[in-house]
Design a protein around this ligand. Structure first.
Ligand SMILES: [Zn+2]
Length: 164
């Protein structure tokens, strides 16, 4: 089993503190580390042998992309991004999942190409340091902000409300 399937199992058991909302094709979760404030992931519901966007049937793929786009809109509004970054990687875990990063000018400091570039050019050991793990209270506040914006783009949450 992969790490993301594990996280989804936790959501289904009501045990994932980062879970925000269930959509038709996936789950919205906050990132464990918040060095880039508002970092959110959108996890595709299924795994099996579907590890590329082109493995999905066209209607399913269109829905997945549409939902990801609207999640990014909600993240941008909730956390006041200057620009959203969208990434579907998967060399670590092939499970389809979007990394949605709210970006602000100067947020990688002097790293990267004179302070410009993807979040991954910020030092990994800093990005994943414990100081950027939100407290339970901070996480609750972030989830509330994001849920409010998700309500605006998707309508009120019915399926997954208050599951975690
Ligand atoms: Zn998986």
């Amino acid at each position: 089993m992969c790490l993301i399937c594990d996280r989804i199992d936790m959501i289904r058991r009501g045990e994932n503190p980062c879970f925000v909302r269930e959509l038709e094709t996936g789950y919205v979760v906050l990132g464990d580390h918040q060095r880039f404030y508002g970092y959110t992931l959108f996890l595709y519901k299924h795994h099996q042998d579907k590890t590329e966007l082109f493995h999905l049937a066209p209607a399913e793929r269109a829905r997945f992309l549409e939902e990801m786009t609207l999640v990014a809109q909600a993240v941008s509004r909730a956390f006041h991004a200057e620009k959203m970054n969208y990434e579907l990687l998967g060399m670590g875990d092939g499970h389809l999942h979007w990394h949605l990063f709210p970006r602000r000018a100067g947020d990688i400091g002097p790293h990267g190409n004179g302070g410009k570039g993807p979040v991954w050019w910020y030092p990994m050991e800093k990005m994943y340091s414990d100081e950027y793990r939100p407290s339970a209270g901070e996480r609750a506040e972030m989830k509330q902000k994001l849920q409010a914006e998700l309500d605006r783009v998707f309508g009120p949450d019915t399926a997954g409300a208050n599951r975690s």
